[in-house]
Design a protein around this ligand. Sequence first.
Ligand SMILES: [Zn+2]
Length: 175
Amino acid sequence: MLRKWMNMLGVAMAAVIAAFTFVVPMQVQAEEVWVHTHTYRWDIEVEPTDSTDGEMVYRCSTCGEVKYRLPISAYGKFMVDTEKAVEKTAGGSTVVIDAVPDRMKRDNEGWMSLHRSVYDLISARPDVTAVIDYRYKGDDYEITIPGGSDFSDLYDGTDFIGFLKLGTKFAATAK
Ligand SMILES: [Zn+2]
């Protein structure tokens, strides 16, 4: 009689184990297909430098899924840094705008223009001389711009002025 009960208990245990092995995978599967409303927000994944692009991602804060990726322009970073440099320069001194950041020096290239926003700041600082160092076809040049200069005659349909164009008004000298 005892043996019979032991056998039945064994069968019952086996059934319980079978039930568990059946239920557990079902739960895992349910978690994998867990449905929620994504809440995406833009986030800066890689900070740009003045010579390398960064990246921003549109990511769900709940599950981490990324829906979109956009580059953050190194040129934009160069512009932000340059604006700050012009604004922070003490009166009576010179701000040097280096358009050939270190990494780009190795690649033998550099930025070749600035946005109106920067030229406007230079125009607004008659007490600050601006020097732009740039590279063109492998050679280094420097343009010295007297503080408070007017750039309005150099725009030709865009909000940017290239350094070659700039050199037609303010002499560029080879370094
Ligand atoms: Zn999500």
